[in-house]
Design a protein around this ligand. Structure first.
Ligand code: DGJ
Length: 737
């Protein structure tokens, strides 16, 4: 069983041992009820209890009732540290109490071991299906003075190296309290000899991997933008100094939330590292009325003893199997053509049909009509909110264009950006108070648009009704849900003055409730999320929409780095990737078609270019790529990913090429992709050591017919002597014989 509870006789300490297949997480409860963290490591079968209490003679900040000389909260590792007592490090929780203080003294109250994973009300989270796959420890703490209860939840997975943590605060006093900070997870690591890995970037350069050694003081990432953002992904990993792609201890943390977050590591004077992750305390507080409770979102914690690669595969399996939901969760995802870079706003039904004719010949399965089909949306300065088809552009409306696509054997998808409103729109005229703004202050526009106030029920109800009408108006099987600005002036006309710091979180909750209702009402629709590219690529979104537009930057070389970073946490099935035109619209670079296609085949595949301008030969070539993808799509979308050479490993060699492979779960097929990043004359030979194959089997290269033993491929390597940089990339499909 993943959760074990035991009492240590000698000093009265009890402990919980949370076991996953390869890790153990230990919580100690001292006899005075203080809850201490005793470690998270490779699995230990037995725990001595010896170091349950860390003693340091500092002469100050003592625990008077236990050992007034040697015990200090300031040096003791804790499970969930509070403010105001003797721990001077940044705490996990801060409450403004009725007596004007912030001091909280949480002690063990009770515990429950639940034989499943309870769901988090109103929040996305991983879920259990089968009995025995998860055990959840609910560890209830109580303040020593007031009836304030804080329950720490730990869901330990029996067959995955995953522990999910979240927190619930209950106010059982007879007055209101204010939550000013609530981290969902907090772990005190004994030492600080780790590297911190983060994924940072911007629009068009999302999720670049950065690593640094921990140093005393604070190192942190955050978003204050109202969404998880392009700039910092809500993910951090701590790596042992010797850890790499395939070896060493790695601790990965991902926040299942799509709004403002903070992840920080504070290294103290004892050189221990405190990791914490949760809703960003910036401009956040929550009024907790008497009798009310608040649940903070989930943090997924993954342990790997075998480096980053194993960590990623654990995240991928968990998210594919127990985070994503709905009919599309395990279904092969269609190859799409999206008209955005082909036409931008300049289209009519004839142009779209011509594009569809070319796309059908190129092996495409779904036509996605992007921005510009509604209201008077002739550019990006107007009409958001007016979700009525523009019949000047689309004669016959959506039913006609859908039927035209059907004639060509294509499914139909539609772009929407429901969370926004343009000041120049019918919706804004009717409800100027429905946008997020501060009355009496100048409104800041971004892309000439405002955010709708999703913290208000009447707004989400309106969106539900309006979008339901659009989605049901024709046979729409795919929705691209866009989101193109960040939140400023966080204020809601629907809330009291003292609640205004709740707006950003209430917005996210409103979005989640809207998505829950729409995805339940339209289960056949494949929802793809987008936020100016990959500005909201997080597990919160994946709970509702199983794939996400990875980046607006479709340049093959840029994508190699963006996609490699993305796969650290998110499965290939979640990563939407398109082949686009050259010169690339974002970078101006020209890359070979093969390289663009092979790079896009790393995720869910599609096209985003004007195919009507391509020659017959090019369409035939593209059709071959589409057919190849159809052959490998189940391997890519539901197999295991092995990064062979990643762009962030800064060696001479690595800057020149990147390589990855996808292996089917039963190891009968593998597809290897190698791509030059930096072309050179007389390119060096590449010997690519493969991974993840069935070690006792032979594999056949389906193009050359050559047969290799798996051992040769993995230990000696695959020699790519003739991979001329001009071709830029190569894909090899292997079948076990
Ligand atoms: C931003 C998205 O990332 C693009 O793919 C496209 O849908 C535009 N918005 C449309 O306005």
């Amino acid at each position: 069983m993943p959760v074990v509870f035991e009492k240590c006789a000698e000093d009265g300490t009890s402990f919980f041992l949370l076991n996953t297949p390869n890790s153990s997480y230990i919580i100690s409860v001292l006899k005075n009820g203080i809850v201490s963290h005793s470690g998270w490591s490779r699995r230990i079968e037995k725990w001595s209890g010896n170091s349950a209490i860390w003693k340091t003679d500092r002469g100050v900040n003592l625990l008077p009732d236990l050992d007034p000389r040697n015990l200090s909260l300031d040096t003791m590792p804790q499970e969930y540290s509070t403010a105001g007592k003797s721990d001077f490090r940044p705490g996990a929780i801060e409450l403004a109490l009725n007596d004007g203080t912030h001091t909280l003294d949480l002690r063990y109250f009770s515990h429950d071991i639940i034989e499943e994973k309870p769901q988090l009300e109103g929040l996305p989270a991983t879920y259990s299906v089968n009995s025995g796959e998860v055990e959840t420890l609910a560890l209830k703490l109580k303040d020593t003075k007031y009836d304030i209860f804080v329950t720490l939840f730990y869901a330990a997975w029996a067959e995955r190296d995953v522990i999910c943590r979240w927190v619930k605060i209950e106010n059982k006093t007879d007055g209101k309290i204010k939550i000013e900070k609530v981290m969902s997870a907090c772990i005190d690591f004994a030492g600080s000899d780790y590297k911190m890995l983060q994924m940072s970037g911007s629009w068009g350069r999302e999720r670049k991997v950065y690593m640094r050694d921990l140093v005393p003081g604070t190192q942190s990432i955050e978003s204050r933008r109202g969404s998880s953002s392009h700039h910092q992904n809500p993910f951090v990993a701590l790596l042992a100094k010797d850890a790499s792609e395939d070896s060493g201890e790695v601790f990965g943390f991902n926040f299942v939330y799509s709004g403002n977050f903070e992840a920080r590591i504070d290294v103290d004077y004892m050189e221990s590292a405190r990791f914490s992750m949760g809703i960003n305390p910036y401009n956040f507080s929550w009024n907790l009325e008497a009798g009310a409770s608040f649940t903070a979102p989930e943090v997924v914690m993954v342990y790997s003893k075998d480096g980053l690669g194993a960590m990623s595969r654990t995240f991928h399996d968990l998210y594919r199997e127990r985070l994503c939901r709905g009919q599309w969760k395990d279904k092969p995802r269609p190859i799409v053509i999206n008209n955005w870079e082909a036409t931008y706003f300049d289209f009519d039904e004839k142009k779209l049909c011509a594009l569809a004719d070319a796309a059908k010949d190129a092996g495409v399965e779904m036509f996605v009509l992007d921005d510009g089909w509604f209201g008077n949306r002739f550019d990006d300065r107007r009409a958001l909110g007016d979700w009525v088809v523009n019949t000047q552009k689309l004669k016959g409306g959506l039913p006609y264009i859908v039927s035209e696509m059907k004639k060509r054997g294509l499914g139909f998808g539609l772009w929407v950006e429901p969370e926004m409103v343009s000041p120049e729109s019918e919706l804004y005229k009717a409800h100027p108070d429905w946008c997020i703004h501060i009355p009496g202050r100048e409104m800041y526009l971004a892309r000439t648009q405002l955010m709708l106030d999703l913290s208000r029920k009447e707004v989400t109800d309106y969106l539900f009704e309006t979008l339901s009408g659009v989605f049901a108006s024709a046979d729409i099987s795919y929705i691209k849900w866009d989101f193109n600005r960040y939140m400023t002036d966080a204020y809601s006309e629907g809330l009291e003055t003292e609640q205004q710091q709740e707006v950003a979180h209430r917005y996210v909750l409103g979005l989640y409730s809207l998505l829950e209702r729409l995805t339940a009402k339209f289960p056949h629709i494949l929802f793809e999320s987008c936020a100016s590219g990959g500005g909201r690529f997080d597990p919160g979104i994946l709970y509702y929409m199983p794939q996400i537009w990875t980046s607006d930057n479709t340049d093959a070389l840029s994508r190699i780095s963006i996609q490699a970073g993305t796969t650290l946490v998110y499965p290939p099935s979640a990563m939407s990737c398109h082949v686009s035109a050259v010169p690339n619209h974002q970078t101006g670079r020209i890359t070979p078609l093969a390289q663009r296609a092979f790079t896009a085949m790393a995720g869910t595949y599609g096209y985003e270019l004007d195919m009507t301008k391509l020659s017959k030969e090019e369409i035939v070539q593209i059709a071959e790529y589409s057919n190849f993808y159809k052959k490998i799509r189940s391997i890519v979308q539901s197999g295991d990913l092995y990064r062979l050479v990643s762009p962030w490993e800064k060696s001479d060699k690595v800057e020149k090429y990147a390589a990855w492979m996808n292996v089917s779960k039963d190891k009968s097929f593998a597809v290897v992709t190698v791509s030059w990043v930096y072309a050179e004359a007389l390119a060096p030979k590449i010997v690519l050591k493969l991974k993840g194959l069935d070690g006792n089997a032979d594999y056949k290269d389906l193009k050359s017919g050559k047969i290799y033993s798996a051992k040769e491929l993995m230990y000696y390597g695959l020699l790519l002597a003739n991979l001329w940089p001009g071709n830029a990339s190569e894909q090899i499909l292997l079948e076990r014989v």
